[in-house]
Ligand binder design. Structure first.
Ligand code: DQA
Length: 137
């Protein structure tokens, strides 16, 4: 089982960024825990702050891997291009968010990913990623 986690803009700042919303653990530390917890999974992690790079990564893995866990971060709410990429590829995408975006500002209630995602997991903190990986197993 080959699964990739793709993180969008500003998620490289986890641990430092708005800890009251996103917690104080870095994604690298959390990712080591995931690798330990899901030894049976061939897990990969990719992060970019650049919309086009996220689209290229989705295209690259989207016909090869068994699952994609995608937190497109702010691009979730703006990117027709990422939404189209999720539609174009074959690998199922589970959309995740650390925070419950529906409890936050109105502009975060819209997602260009959800209509083409296999499912959506949000609001469970970093554990949202655990749940997304589990959904593929
Ligand atoms: C986020 C929610 C988005 O609204 C925000 O822009 C992010 C992170 C989350 O994981 O809660 O950067 O995707």
């Amino acid at each position: 089982m080959r699964i990739i986690i793709i993180n969008g803009p500003n998620l490289n700042l986890l641990g430092k960024r708005e800890p009251e919303v996103y917690g104080n653990k870095t994604f690298e530390d959390y990712y080591s825990e995931l690798q330990f917890r899901f030894k049976e999974v061939e897990l990969e992690y990719y992060q970019s702050n650049i919309e086009g790079e996220l689209i290229s990564k989705l295209q690259e893995v989207g016909f090869e891997y068994d699952g994609i866990v995608l937190n497109a971060a702010a691009y979730t709410h703006t990117s027709v291009g990422i939404g189209d990429a999720v539609k174009a590829i074959e690998t199922p995408v589970v959309e995740v968010h650390i925070s419950n975006t529906h409890k936050r500002e109105d502009f975060r209630h819209v997602s260009y990913i959800s209509p083409n995602a296999k499912g959506v997991i949000l609001g469970f903190g970093l554990q949202s990623y655990d749940l997304a990986i589990r959904s593929f197993l």
